[in-house]
Write a protein that binds this ligand. Structure first.
Ligand SMILES: [Fe+2]
Ligand SMILES: [Fe+2]
Length: 403
């Protein structure tokens, strides 16, 4: 592995002109965006919650990388970032999601796609002019260690699954990337050759429920009223089980990101949804980590809210989460922080306090983006809420979540 240090940038390198740098940046941001989408689909589909956590942290890293690259493109004479991508590169990003298992997906997405990014960033850094290309040098030096951490996670993940099937899928993605010319030769566009054949006919579909492994049983979460009847310690335990279940909120946001990424939406919307998805997975982590401190492991989850709305348009899913549910739950936030504080329970108080702050942001995202999407729409947010209520009623369940 080549170290990224001041010494890796040559004093005498000619460097890259604006057109060359812009061509690299457009390709990089396209791969980061593609990985945001692929990871959002697979965080729902992968069964172990620890892997969902890792993938969602990575998804948010990619969102920040794409954002920073797009900001730099705006400063350069860079052209439209999305209209300049070669069809062969589209195909690599399209295909990576169609792995038939989490391990195939991790091998293709992390070892090949993230691997290609790392290779290209290092290649650029070695040839960059230290003052003319300083903005890119600074940017890539921040991105590279994060991507190295993703790849290390993938290597550890794959240690137990190094089989023939995974190797074949990885080879297929590598082949597609090679056909697209890799990432550091954007000016040597390839002619389309014979299309490499996928090793299986599996096509990924965004799941209709949240995949979990055998450790988790469906249901078993108490309502707020039932939790209030318990002793302080029991109530706290039940409350952190409910935090753990925020897996469902993260999955709703991942589904929005997955679907909206192929629609004509501003990147800033995807960026906020990625942020919120990461917040919700952190809230689930609040649950699993606090339960573990209390000597317990998560055993229950309830995907009902995801299942109720996953077939609605992403606009309705976003509206239901941010303007129905998060508004509905908000009244519980301050009393919970005060309750933990009164009991001198700093560990629980810190988590509840940060959760409350995050949720205020989520409602703000909801108001901002629902207003944006309804700008030229005859419907109001109330009309959307009525459509959601009707849909949920037709599916035979109440609008209020059971926890
Ligand atoms: Fe949350
Ligand atoms: Fe939230």
């Amino acid at each position: 592995m080549e170290p990224i240090s001041n010494n890796s940038v040559s004093v005498s390198a000619v460097g890259f002109d604006v057109a060359q740098t812009a061509a690299f940046l457009r390709r990089y941001q396209f791969i980061h965006r593609g990985l945001m989408r692929a990871l959002s689909g697979w965080m729902i589909a992968t069964p172990r919650y620890e892997d969902k956590y890792a993938m969602t942290y990575h998804l948010w890293d990619h969102a920040q990388h794409a954002f920073a690259i797009r900001e730099r493109l705006k400063e350069l004479r860079g052209g439209h970032p999305d209209s300049n991508i070669e069809p062969l590169l589209f195909r690599v990003v399209d295909e990576v999601v169609h792995a038939s298992s989490t391990s195939e997906f991790v091998a293709g997405a992390y070892l090949e796609l993230t691997g290609a990014l790392l290779k290209s960033y290092r290649w650029y850094l070695q040839r960059a002019n230290r003052s003319a290309n300083a903005p890119e040098i600074q940017l890539f030096r921040r991105i590279v260690p994060e991507l190295e951490a993703h790849k290390n996670w993938a290597r550890e993940f794959l240690a137990g699954f190094d089989n023939e099937q995974v190797a074949r899928w990885r080879e297929y993605i590598a082949c597609l990337m090679d056909e697209a010319g890799g990432l550091n030769t954007p000016n040597e566009r390839r002619k389309r050759g014979q299309q490499p054949a996928p090793p299986n006919s599996h096509r990924f579909e965004r799941p209709r429920t949240i995949a979990v492994d055998e450790r988790l049983q469906r249901g078993g979460l108490l309502s707020l009223d039932d939790r209030r009847k318990l002793s302080y310690e029991q109530e706290r335990t039940e409350q952190f089980k409910v935090y753990f279940n925020e897996l469902y909120a993260a999955a709703i946001l991942a589904s929005i990101l997955y679907d909206a990424s192929v629609s004509d939406v501003p990147f800033e919307f995807l960026f906020d949804v990625a942020h919120q998805c990461w917040d919700e997975i952190r809230h689930s982590e609040f649950g699993s980590s606090r339960l573990s401190q209390l000597g317990l492991q998560p055993q229950h989850y309830d995907p009902i809210v995801y299942e109720q709305i996953e077939s609605l348009p992403f606009l309705h899913r976003f509206c239901h989460l941010t303007l129905n549910l998060e508004v509905y739950f908000m009244a519980r936030k301050r009393p919970r922080v005060l309750q933990y504080k009164e009991h001198g329970d700093k560990e629980s108080m810190v988590l509840a306090d940060v959760d409350w702050s995050d949720e205020i942001n989520h409602v703000r995202y909801g108001k901002k983006w629902i207003a944006y999407f309804l700008e030229k729409d005859a419907r109001s947010p109330e009309d959307l809420k009525n459509e959601i209520a009707q849909h949920i009623a037709q599916n035979g369940t109440g609008i209020e979540p059971p926890f």
